[in-house]
Design a protein around this ligand. Structure first.
Ligand SMILES: NC(=O)C1=CN([C@@H]2O[C@H](COP(=O)(O)OP(=O)(O)OC[C@H]3O[C@@H](n4cnc5c(N)ncnc54)[C@H](OP(=O)(O)O)[C@@H]3O)[C@@H](O)[C@H]2O)C=CC1
Ligand SMILES: CCCCCC(=O)/C=C/[C@H]1[C@H](O)CC(=O)[C@@H]1CCCCCCC(=O)O
Length: 356
């Protein structure tokens, strides 16, 4: 049986497009001549997984460069793309993952893949728990209960220093991470929650998520709106997904001893020369130091020990209907490259996910 896989075709120096990727046919591992599956060709501990949900993520932009980010390899030209995904076990030579099990983890972008059950979580296959109310919603394990939801909650938990009654501002607020970061702050007692995003439709989504104030950075005067919405309180916590000019504006309105959760700097990801994290202007850097504002880089992988606690909270809120987690679903395996480029261009509300 032939299946499709997706590979990197070019390393663009501009915003990527779907033409920077290619698709090709390969033989499906573990198939018989009659088209059925067999586990005979699986190595011991191997599982054949049919991809179900593919995550497209901003850090992948960096994997398109000759040297990738510190925590993930650069993709080779002509090499198969890989990323976080959810799939179902079709054939198994593993005692841990019997047929039918849903797993999440890093997977090549091919319709069927072989994974090794000894590779540790979260990169290696991780069983998706069968919890009433969650079964059938495995898509959320690439979003709300996956990397983005955990980045939001663990990021806030570790660097947010949230307290009852605070003012919290989130940039990139209508995306997968930002929308959960804001709702996490609300659950922890934030009283004034300000969200910055790129369209009016996204502002509406923020209101559905419980944000107090919304700012469209493409049409509003960001500095004036940030000033207006934080005039009485200042800002106690800033969950920064975007960096650049927006962050310069926000940080200057932060209170003494307040905290930046430095999660991402997506406004500069297409610029190969932009340092990560972005270097603040001299004036803003002085403000940070004079006001004892913490701004430490946050990386999910450095804090994975908080996963059980934070995923437990997220699942609890979800089952109680206390958290909104809309997704932008793109159908079709071959549309994953377009979904990735569209996410970078801001065409998603909530988590951008590909249904295979
Ligand atoms: N530190 C960590 O461990 C992790 C960090 N991240 C970071 O979290 C952030 C959000 O990721 P994720 O939730 O997956 O993605 P999102 O779901 O937020 O999607 C990306 C969004 O970024 C916004 N965006 C794109 N370009 C710009 C720009 N020039 N200026 C401002 N906003 C822009 C767009 O929304 P809009 O229409 O509002 O512009 C777009 O929808 C990223 O910075 C990512 O790198 C993610 C996972 C782990
Ligand atoms: C645990 C796998 C997560 C992969 C997907 C993802 O969204 C990555 C986000 C990274 C973020 O930008 C900073 C991080 O710490 C996140 C995790 C990166 C892990 C990549 C592992 C890659 C590999 O093992 O090949």
């Amino acid at each position: 049986m032939k299946i499709k896989e997706i590979f990197l075709a070019n390393r663009p120096d501009h915003a990527p497009t779907a033409t920077d990727f290619g698709a090709r046919e390969i033989d499906c591992p573990c198939t018989l001549k009659d088209g059925g599956f067999s586990n005979e060709s699986l190595p011991r501990g191997g599982i054949l997984v049919k991809l179900a949900w593919i995550s497209v993520d901003p850090y992948m932009r960096n994997r398109m460069r000759p040297v990738g980010p510190s925590y993930a390899a650069a993709w080779e030209i002509g090499g198969t793309i890989d990323g976080f995904a959810v799939g179902q076990v079709i054939q198994s030579r593993s005692g841990k993952f019997p047929n039918g099990t849903f797993v999440s983890g890093m997977m090549p972008w091919a319709e069927y893949v072989i994974l090794d059950d000894s590779k540790p979580s979260p990169q290696g296959p991780t069983e998706i728990p069968k919890i009433e109310g969650i079964v059938g919603k495995e898509n959320h394990f690439v979003g709300l209960f996956g990397v983005t939801g955990l980045t939001a909650s663990i990021g806030m938990h570790v660097h947010g220093n949230l307290k009852e009654g605070q003012t919290v501002l989130v940039s990139g607020a209508a995306g997968a991470t930002g929308s959960v970061a804001g709702q996490y702050a609300l659950r922890k007692g934030a009283k004034n929650l300000i969200g910055i995003c790129g369209t009016d439709e996204k502002c509406e989504y923020l209101r559905k998520c419980g944000f107090t104030h919304t700012i469209n950075y493409k049409t509003d005067d960001v500095a004036a709106k940030v000033q207006e919405y934080s005039a009485k309180t200042g800002i106690d916590c800033y969950f920064d997904n975007v960096g650049g000019e927006t962050s310069e504006i926000v940080i200057q309105k932060m209170n003494k001893d307040s905290h930046v959760v430095l999660c991402g700097q997506i406004s500069t990801y297409n610029d190969p020369d932009a340092p990560y994290p972005n270097v603040l202007s001299e004036e803003v850097q002085k403000y940070v130091e004079a006001n004892n504002i913490t701004r430490k880089r946050f990386l999910l992988l450095d804090h994975i020990e908080h996963t059980q606690h934070c995923i437990g909270e997220l699942i609890g809120w979800f089952l109680q209907g206390k958290i909104v987690a809309d997704e932008t679903v793109v159908d079709g395996f071959e549309n994953a490259p377009k979904a990735f480029c569209d996410m970078l261009a801001g065409k998603n509300i909530g988590k951008m996910v590909v249904r295979v």
